[in-house]
Design a protein around this ligand. Structure first.
Ligand SMILES: *[C@@H]1O[C@H](CO)[C@@H](O)[C@H](O)[C@H]1NC(C)=O
Ligand SMILES: *[C@@H]1O[C@H](CO)[C@@H](O)[C@H](O)[C@H]1NC(C)=O
Ligand SMILES: *[C@@H]1O[C@H](CO)[C@@H](O)[C@H](O)[C@H]1NC(C)=O
Length: 192
Protein backbone atom coordinates (compact mmCIF):
# COMPACT_ATOMS: atom_id res chain seq x y z
CA UNK A 1 0.00 0.00 0.00
CA UNK A 2 2.81 2.39 1.00
CA UNK A 3 4.54 1.47 -2.27
CA UNK A 4 1.39 2.24 -4.17
CA UNK A 5 1.04 5.65 -2.52
CA UNK A 6 4.72 6.40 -3.15
CA UNK A 7 4.32 5.33 -6.76
CA UNK A 8 1.30 7.61 -7.10
CA UNK A 9 3.23 10.51 -5.58
CA UNK A 10 6.15 9.92 -7.94
CA UNK A 11 3.81 9.57 -10.93
CA UNK A 12 2.00 12.72 -9.87
CA UNK A 13 5.15 14.78 -9.69
CA UNK A 14 6.50 13.43 -12.99
CA UNK A 15 3.44 13.23 -15.21
CA UNK A 16 0.97 15.83 -13.99
CA UNK A 17 2.40 19.01 -15.45
CA UNK A 18 -0.43 21.51 -15.38
CA UNK A 19 -3.03 18.98 -14.31
CA UNK A 20 -3.73 19.05 -10.57
CA UNK A 21 -6.05 17.47 -8.03
CA UNK A 22 -6.40 19.67 -4.97
CA UNK A 23 -8.14 19.07 -1.69
CA UNK A 24 -10.17 21.88 -0.14
CA UNK A 25 -9.13 20.58 3.28
CA UNK A 26 -6.16 18.34 4.08
CA UNK A 27 -7.73 16.92 7.23
CA UNK A 28 -11.23 16.53 8.54
CA UNK A 29 -12.46 15.81 12.04
CA UNK A 30 -15.94 14.46 12.66
CA UNK A 31 -18.01 12.56 15.16
CA UNK A 32 -19.48 9.10 14.76
CA UNK A 33 -22.99 8.98 13.19
CA UNK A 34 -22.61 12.47 11.74
CA UNK A 35 -22.17 13.31 8.04
CA UNK A 36 -19.23 14.89 6.28
CA UNK A 37 -18.53 16.18 2.78
CA UNK A 38 -15.08 15.51 1.42
CA UNK A 39 -14.05 17.66 -1.52
CA UNK A 40 -11.41 17.51 -4.23
CA UNK A 41 -10.98 19.84 -7.19
CA UNK A 42 -9.28 19.00 -10.45
CA UNK A 43 -8.23 20.88 -13.55
CA UNK A 44 -10.92 20.95 -16.21
CA UNK A 45 -10.64 21.69 -19.89
CA UNK A 46 -13.95 22.93 -21.33
CA UNK A 47 -13.04 21.79 -24.83
CA UNK A 48 -12.43 18.18 -23.75
CA UNK A 49 -15.08 15.50 -23.58
CA UNK A 50 -15.94 14.19 -20.11
CA UNK A 51 -15.90 10.67 -21.61
CA UNK A 52 -12.22 10.45 -20.85
CA UNK A 53 -12.82 11.16 -17.17
CA UNK A 54 -11.82 8.35 -14.81
CA UNK A 55 -11.89 8.77 -11.06
CA UNK A 56 -11.24 6.39 -8.24
CA UNK A 57 -11.48 7.46 -4.61
CA UNK A 58 -10.25 5.06 -1.98
CA UNK A 59 -9.77 4.88 1.75
CA UNK A 60 -6.39 3.63 2.90
CA UNK A 61 -6.06 2.22 6.40
CA UNK A 62 -2.74 0.58 7.26
CA UNK A 63 -2.39 -2.13 4.58
CA UNK A 64 -5.99 -2.12 3.35
CA UNK A 65 -7.73 -0.04 0.72
CA UNK A 66 -11.46 0.21 0.07
CA UNK A 67 -13.14 1.91 -2.86
CA UNK A 68 -15.46 4.74 -1.88
CA UNK A 69 -16.34 6.16 -5.29
CA UNK A 70 -15.56 5.46 -8.91
CA UNK A 71 -16.22 7.16 -12.24
CA UNK A 72 -15.40 5.18 -15.36
CA UNK A 73 -15.40 6.95 -18.74
CA UNK A 74 -17.48 9.77 -17.26
CA UNK A 75 -20.07 7.42 -15.69
CA UNK A 76 -20.38 6.65 -11.99
CA UNK A 77 -20.00 2.97 -11.24
CA UNK A 78 -21.11 1.42 -7.98
CA UNK A 79 -20.00 -2.21 -8.49
CA UNK A 80 -16.49 -1.52 -7.29
CA UNK A 81 -17.63 0.28 -4.12
CA UNK A 82 -16.66 -1.42 -0.88
CA UNK A 83 -19.62 -2.83 1.09
CA UNK A 84 -18.72 -0.73 4.13
CA UNK A 85 -19.64 2.41 2.15
CA UNK A 86 -22.76 0.96 0.61
CA UNK A 87 -25.62 3.48 0.73
CA UNK A 88 -23.53 6.00 2.63
CA UNK A 89 -21.86 7.93 -0.19
CA UNK A 90 -23.63 10.64 -2.12
CA UNK A 91 -21.86 12.41 -4.95
CA UNK A 92 -22.67 15.81 -6.40
CA UNK A 93 -22.98 15.35 -10.19
CA UNK A 94 -23.31 19.07 -10.89
CA UNK A 95 -20.12 19.79 -8.98
CA UNK A 96 -18.35 17.00 -10.87
CA UNK A 97 -19.01 18.78 -14.19
CA UNK A 98 -17.21 21.82 -12.76
CA UNK A 99 -14.21 19.75 -11.72
CA UNK A 100 -15.23 19.26 -8.10
CA UNK A 101 -15.55 15.83 -6.52
CA UNK A 102 -17.94 16.33 -3.61
CA UNK A 103 -18.67 13.17 -1.67
CA UNK A 104 -21.03 13.22 1.26
CA UNK A 105 -20.33 10.36 3.61
CA UNK A 106 -23.18 9.77 6.02
CA UNK A 107 -23.65 7.80 9.24
CA UNK A 108 -19.94 8.03 9.93
CA UNK A 109 -18.24 5.12 11.67
CA UNK A 110 -14.97 5.17 13.57
CA UNK A 111 -13.48 2.78 10.99
CA UNK A 112 -14.07 5.44 8.29
CA UNK A 113 -10.97 7.14 9.73
CA UNK A 114 -7.95 7.10 7.47
CA UNK A 115 -6.34 8.53 4.37
CA UNK A 116 -8.67 9.27 1.46
CA UNK A 117 -7.13 9.38 -2.00
CA UNK A 118 -8.81 10.44 -5.22
CA UNK A 119 -7.01 9.63 -8.45
CA UNK A 120 -8.24 11.55 -11.48
CA UNK A 121 -7.27 10.39 -14.93
CA UNK A 122 -8.15 12.33 -18.08
CA UNK A 123 -6.68 12.48 -21.57
CA UNK A 124 -4.99 15.74 -20.58
CA UNK A 125 -3.47 14.61 -17.30
CA UNK A 126 -3.39 12.42 -14.26
CA UNK A 127 -3.12 13.39 -10.60
CA UNK A 128 -3.98 12.44 -7.05
CA UNK A 129 -5.31 14.38 -4.07
CA UNK A 130 -5.34 13.12 -0.51
CA UNK A 131 -6.89 14.09 2.80
CA UNK A 132 -7.09 12.64 6.29
CA UNK A 133 -10.36 11.88 8.04
CA UNK A 134 -10.57 11.25 11.79
CA UNK A 135 -13.77 10.03 13.34
CA UNK A 136 -14.14 10.21 17.08
CA UNK A 137 -16.43 7.73 18.81
CA UNK A 138 -19.64 9.26 20.14
CA UNK A 139 -19.01 7.74 23.60
CA UNK A 140 -15.51 9.27 23.67
CA UNK A 141 -17.19 12.60 24.37
CA UNK A 142 -18.44 11.37 27.75
CA UNK A 143 -15.14 12.01 29.65
CA UNK A 144 -15.84 15.73 29.16
CA UNK A 145 -18.51 15.49 31.84
CA UNK A 146 -16.16 14.70 34.78
CA UNK A 147 -14.14 17.77 33.66
CA UNK A 148 -17.22 19.95 34.16
CA UNK A 149 -17.97 18.21 37.47
CA UNK A 150 -14.36 18.79 38.48
CA UNK A 151 -14.50 22.51 37.77
CA UNK A 152 -17.84 22.56 39.63
CA UNK A 153 -16.06 20.79 42.48
CA UNK A 154 -13.32 23.43 42.44
CA UNK A 155 -15.91 26.21 42.59
CA UNK A 156 -17.49 24.42 45.56
CA UNK A 157 -14.09 24.17 47.21
CA UNK A 158 -13.43 27.89 46.77
CA UNK A 159 -16.87 28.85 48.15
CA UNK A 160 -16.26 26.59 51.14
CA UNK A 161 -12.88 28.29 51.71
CA UNK A 162 -14.62 31.68 51.49
CA UNK A 163 -17.23 30.69 54.07
CA UNK A 164 -14.50 29.34 56.37
CA UNK A 165 -12.51 32.58 56.04
CA UNK A 166 -15.63 34.63 56.83
CA UNK A 167 -16.35 32.46 59.89
CA UNK A 168 -12.74 32.83 61.07
CA UNK A 169 -13.00 36.61 60.66
CA UNK A 170 -16.25 36.67 62.67
CA UNK A 171 -14.68 34.50 65.38
CA UNK A 172 -11.64 36.80 65.68
CA UNK A 173 -13.92 39.90 65.83
CA UNK A 174 -16.05 38.31 68.55
CA UNK A 175 -12.92 37.32 70.48
CA UNK A 176 -11.60 40.91 70.38
CA UNK A 177 -15.00 42.32 71.39
CA UNK A 178 -15.28 39.88 74.31
CA UNK A 179 -11.72 40.55 75.46
CA UNK A 180 -12.32 44.33 75.41
CA UNK A 181 -15.58 43.84 77.31
CA UNK A 182 -13.88 41.58 79.86
CA UNK A 183 -11.04 44.10 80.23
CA UNK A 184 -13.52 46.91 80.90
CA UNK A 185 -15.44 44.84 83.44
CA UNK A 186 -12.45 43.31 85.13
CA UNK A 187 -9.08 45.14 84.80
CA UNK A 188 -7.31 42.11 86.32
CA UNK A 189 -8.11 40.23 83.11
CA UNK A 190 -5.53 42.47 81.49
CA UNK A 191 -2.85 40.23 82.98
CA UNK A 192 -3.99 37.45 80.66
C1 LIG B 1 -26.93 13.00 7.10
O1 LIG B 1 -27.31 12.71 5.78
C2 LIG B 1 -28.55 12.05 5.65
C3 LIG B 1 -28.74 11.66 4.21
O2 LIG B 1 -28.16 12.57 3.32
C4 LIG B 1 -29.65 12.98 6.17
O3 LIG B 1 -30.88 12.34 6.06
C5 LIG B 1 -29.33 13.32 7.62
O4 LIG B 1 -30.25 14.24 8.09
C6 LIG B 1 -27.95 13.89 7.76
N1 LIG B 1 -27.62 14.02 9.16
C7 LIG B 1 -26.95 15.05 9.66
C8 LIG B 1 -26.65 15.00 11.12
O5 LIG B 1 -26.59 16.00 8.97
C1 LIG C 1 -5.05 24.01 -6.93
O1 LIG C 1 -4.38 24.79 -5.95
C2 LIG C 1 -3.52 25.77 -6.52
C3 LIG C 1 -2.78 26.42 -5.36
O2 LIG C 1 -3.62 26.75 -4.32
C4 LIG C 1 -4.36 26.75 -7.32
O3 LIG C 1 -3.53 27.73 -7.89
C5 LIG C 1 -5.10 26.02 -8.41
O4 LIG C 1 -5.96 26.90 -9.09
C6 LIG C 1 -5.92 24.89 -7.83
N1 LIG C 1 -6.49 24.13 -8.94
C7 LIG C 1 -7.65 23.50 -8.85
C8 LIG C 1 -8.09 22.79 -10.07
O5 LIG C 1 -8.32 23.51 -7.85
C1 LIG D 1 -5.92 12.17 13.00
O1 LIG D 1 -5.34 11.08 13.65
C2 LIG D 1 -3.96 10.95 13.42
C3 LIG D 1 -3.50 9.68 14.07
O2 LIG D 1 -4.10 9.47 15.32
C4 LIG D 1 -3.25 12.18 13.99
O3 LIG D 1 -1.88 12.08 13.74
C5 LIG D 1 -3.80 13.40 13.31
O4 LIG D 1 -3.24 14.55 13.88
C6 LIG D 1 -5.30 13.46 13.46
N1 LIG D 1 -5.82 14.55 12.66
C7 LIG D 1 -6.69 15.42 13.15
C8 LIG D 1 -7.17 16.44 12.18
O5 LIG D 1 -7.09 15.40 14.29
Amino acid sequence: MICRILLLIILTSCVSGSFVVNVTQTSYQAEENHNITLEWTFTTKPDRSSKTLNIICELFVSDKSSVLYQVHEGVEVSESQDKKFSGRVQSDKDALREGRIRLQLSRLRTDDSGLYLCEVNTDYGFSVGRCQLNITAADQLQPQRPTTAESGGMTGFYSLMGVLAALLGLFVTLLVVFRNKARRQNPIAEIC
